[in-house]
Design a protein around this ligand. Structure first.
Ligand SMILES: [Zn+2]
Length: 135
């Protein structure tokens, strides 16, 4: 099982917040087991534990830990499993590259719980090259 954009739950949803809330509700109603919603990819968990940006939001599933945010960027010349961006300077570098090559990159911001392995996509943000935007 290799890590890819498909490993980020919610990637196919039109409205990530709605999809997220739906999952949480289904879990709370007992229609989903914890292991069905808390199945973060080991790579995502590793990054979350080492580089995750801690939020003030309590995990909606286990309520024992704070959620952390992890940002992955997918696009041309990046590994197929994406690049985990942990520093602002790294993001700036990708933005510059998008500008010069007019390539499209997408940043996926994922929330994850280091304790119960809950994870969900919060937002997908397109990073569009400036050259293309002005065309
Ligand atoms: Zn949790």
């Amino acid at each position: 099982m290799s890590f890819s954009a498909g490993s980020l739950r919610g990637g196919g949803a039109v409205d990530h917040r709605l999809a997220r809330q739906h999952l949480i509700n289904e879990y709370r109603r007992g229609r989903l087991r914890q292991d069905q919603v808390c199945d973060a990819h080991p790579e995502l968990l590793r990054v979350a534990r080492n580089f995750g940006e801690e939020t003030k939001t309590t995990c909606p599933i286990c309520t024992e830990d704070k959620l952390v945010l992890v940002t992955y960027v997918f696009g041309p010349h990046l590994p197929s499993h994406g690049r985990c961006v942990t520093q602002r300077s790294e993001m700036a570098q990708i933005q510059r590259r998008a500008n010069t090559s007019a390539a499209d990159y997408t940043a996926y911001v994922v929330e994850a719980c280091r304790t119960c392995k809950w994870h969900h996509l919060l937002r997908a943000v397109p990073i569009v090259g400036r050259a293309r935007r002005s065309a």
